[in-house]
Design a protein around this ligand. Structure first.
Ligand code: PSU
Ligand code: MN
Length: 314
């Protein structure tokens, strides 16, 4: 018998078959982005936030060499407890993990690819990867995968540990549509604004769903980044967090931390220095992104494609 490389959870499969709302969630934020046991609480809270909007959550990870689209609670526990020792898979790495019997947490890039293949068009995370600071040339494959895959990623911008102006330029070059949700600025993950102006803004979820229908169905285009700022009451102080980030980046350089270890190292160091306040903010923003993604998936499921409704007035 051949190895089963992909498994869509029955609840997710049923929702997709009926055209009902589904939201993909990633597993690297759980495995490598947050400390145990907060990460388990966050994994569950993200699923609950999606459900509260009437959508079905599909947390994605590679478990025993199978790409799982939709995890059970025991899987979430395993991911949260053993995540730090688990592989971190980007889209490029997936084939290696599927051909083995191993486990891997999926990043925004791997999750986007697997979700879109399953027919999921809405995805929530904390903050996408991007162009790292300095001149190492480290650019997350998240950006390139979003450019190639038809999915809307609801995210609080790119993580503030990055070079945000360069990240924005790269998204633009790649043709990723960046839309602010109730903001005219790129959010900076732990804080609501980066000073980088966004060309597009929507204040209404139905309008956003219509944009996705035009983007995916009418134009056959790919990734959208929905930039949703951290809730005001959960935002960290910008001057303080900027200093903490700068110090963490310097430490990573001194310790020669590079590649896949860099982002988890920086997030863990920031959590230590802020005595966990960064984790509280990260949870709040990720939960709000899951809530917005849930509402967006519901609106998207109910929105008709302009291409297939010829009588619709435009
Ligand atoms: N959002 C968070 N925390 C995280 C991530 C996103 O709030 O840890 C993860 C995502 O999986 C994203 C990854 O793809 O960080 C970026 O890693 P890298 O910079 O190595 O590409
Ligand atoms: Mn990288």
């Amino acid at each position: 018998m051949s190895h089963r490389a992909e498994l869509v959870a029955p609840e997710v499969q049923a929702a997709l078959a009926d055209g009902r709302a589904v939201v993909a969630l990633e597993s690297t934020i759980i495995a490598h982005g947050l400390p145990y046991p907060d990460n388990l609480a966050v994994a569950r809270a993200l699923e609950a936030a999606v459900r509260a909007q009437g959508a079905v959550p599909a947390t994605i990870a590679v478990v025993d060499g199978v790409a799982r689209i939709g995890l059970g609670d025991a899987d979430l526990e395993r991911l949260a407890e053993h995540g730090a020792t688990m592989a971190k898979a980007g889209a490029a790495d997936l084939a290696v993990h599927l051909a083995s019997a191993g486990d891997a947490a999926t990043t925004v890039s791997a999750t986007s690819l697997l979700a879109a293949r399953a027919g999921i068009r809405v995805f929530a995370t904390g903050g996408i990867g991007g162009v790292h600071r300095g001149d190492s040339g480290d650019v997350s494959s998240d950006l390139y995968t979003l450019a190639r895959v038809p999915i809307a990623c609801v995210s609080s911008g790119a993580k503030a540990i990055l070079d945000l102006p360069r990240t924005m330029e790269t998204l633009e070059s790649l043709g990723v549509l960046v839309i602010g949700h109730r903001t005219s600025e790129l959010p900076a993950f732990y804080t609501r604004g980066s000073g980088l102006a966004l060309e597009h803004r929507v204040d209404d979820i139905a309008a956003l769903a219509a944009i996705l229908r035009a983007r995916f169905d009418l134009l056959g285009q790919r990734g959208v980044l929905v930039a949703n700022p951290v809730p005001a009451e959960a935002a960290l102080d910008q001057v303080e967090i900027d200093a903490v980030i700068a110090a963490a980046v310097t430490e990573a350089e001194a310790a020669d931390v590079r590649g896949k270890r860099l982002t988890p190292f920086l997030l863990a160091r920031i959590a230590e220095v802020t005595a966990g306040r960064s984790v509280v903010a990260n949870r709040a923003l990720a939960e709000d992104n899951a809530r917005v993604a849930g509402a967006l998936a519901v609106a998207y499921a109910g929105a008709h494609s302009p291409a297939v409704v010829p009588s619709r007035q435009r």
